[in-house]
Design a protein around this ligand. Structure first.
Ligand SMILES: NC(=O)c1ccc[n+]([C@@H]2O[C@H](COP(=O)([O-])OP(=O)(O)OC[C@H]3O[C@@H](n4cnc5c(N)ncnc54)[C@H](O)[C@@H]3O)[C@@H](O)[C@H]2O)c1
Length: 355
């Protein structure tokens, strides 16, 4: 029986992962530690909140005392570390939280795992610490080429530098202390429960409501898009079968320019809910805005290692995934309005009181 500590399980990818792990690991115990920042929404997990295998703890990964207590109390043998500040634009206007959570938080979590797993006479052979990271640590590509696991790090934003720093710490704990770490560096995710500050849900919501669709620069920055459930499957695969100390790149083989993403969403919404009230197509809402400072031009992932060694490859094409995503947002208007009016932040207190 696996005893998992998932950090950041109320965020976008974390909540999709918690649901998948409970489905696929019938015997597991799963503790979700989340600070519930603006990006954390416990309502994302309301369908599994009463599962007897699940426990939610509201807390901060920089709180070493709490972590030590949780490891001991729950006899944690597996950590899946999602908790992070994750939005590049916010890292430009306010980098301090990124340093605190992404670097200091990861360090504190590593220390707690080291103290609990590598204590005298403990058998840590079944323990795993999986650090969930991003392809942004590799910097920016030109028109050709792919990031492999050997690509040198070259982060450009406070977000990617803080993730790069945490990746180095995780690797250092393997080489220095023998902590049984694994790492995944993944491309851009999209899908259900995505906070509407990120490109796809932002555009979806604005396009639905006839608002302007801001596109950075010339709209030709390229990202590789992966459906979030595919990413979660990759993480489960790595934690169950990956080789300790190894990094696995995870990607969708779906390179798209930002403008292609925006026009695809516009066209899908025009088909599904009809044109705008004035009879115009949603593409007319597109507005090019001043580019993000240090905006990386192109990311593209070579995910052949995880395919060859662990047999994982994405199951959902971009065409299927974007349709599922648009349908999910259309089917869940209450979720999006609770996020937009801020009432989602009351959900936890309403459900659990002040504990
Ligand atoms: N979204 C992507 O496309 C993508 C791609 C590759 C890697 N990643 C990585 O995956 C992870 C999850 O990303 P996401 O998009 O789901 O992020 P998110 O912003 O949606 O969720 C982050 C979660 O972490 C929690 N959190 C933040 N600070 C915390 C702290 N100090 N203590 C405890 N919990 C805290 C938040 O409350 C939230 O629930 C991150 O580490 C991110 O770097 C994301």
């Amino acid at each position: 029986m696996k005893r998992l500590l998932v950090t950041g399980g109320c965020g976008f990818i974390g909540s999709n992962f918690v649901r998948l792990a409970l489905q696929q690991l019938p015997d597991c115990r799963l503790v979700n530690l989340d600070k519930l920042t603006y990006a954390g929404n416990h309502e994302n997990l309301k369908d599994i909140a009463n599962d007897p295998r699940y426990r939610f703890v509201k807390g901060d990964i920089t709180d070493g005392t709490l972590l030590e207590k949780l490891f001991a109390e729950e006899q944690i043998d597996t950590v899946i570390h999602f908790a992070a500040e994750s939005h590049v634009d916010r890292s430009i206007t306010g980098p301090a939280e990124f340093i605190q959570t992404n670097i200091v938080g990861t360090f504190t979590l590593l220390e707690a795992a080291r103290k609990y797993w590598l204590a005298d006479n403990k058998d840590s052979s079944q323990c795993r610490f999986l650090h969930v990271s991003t392809d942004e640590v590799y910097g920016s590509l030109g028109d050709t080429g792919y990031f492999t696991e050997e690509t040198p790090y070259d982060p450009r934003s406070p977000y990617s530098s803080s993730k790069a720093s945490s990746d180095h710490l995780v690797n250092a704990y393997f080489h220095t202390y023998g902590l049984p770490i694994l790492m995944t560096n993944c491309s851009n995710n999209y899908g259900p429960y995505h906070f509407p500050e990120k490109l796809i849900p932002l555009i979806l919501n604005n396009a639905l409501n006839g608002k302007d669709l801001p596109v950075y620069g010339d709209g030709k920055n390229v990202r590789d898009w992966l459906y979030v459930v595919d990413h979660c499957e990759a993480i489960l695969t790595v934690v169950l079968n990956g080789t300790i100390g190894e990094t696995y790149n995870v990607g969708g083989n779906n390179e798209k320019q930002n403008i292609e993403i925006v026009t695809t969403i516009c066209d899908l919404l025009d088909q599904k809910v009809g044109l705008l009230p004035d009879g115009e197509a949603r593409r007319t809402l597109i507005r090019y805005v001043t580019d993000r400072p240090g905006h990386d031009r192109r990311y593209a992932i070579d995910a052949s290692k995880i395919k060859k060694e662990l047999g994982w490859s994405p199951a959902v094409t971009f065409e299927e995934g974007i349709l599922k995503t648009v349908d999910w947002y259309l089917d869940n208007p209450e979720w999006i309005s609770a996020v937009l009016d801020g009432s989602y932040q009351n959900y936890y207190e309403e459900m659990y009181g002040n504990r």
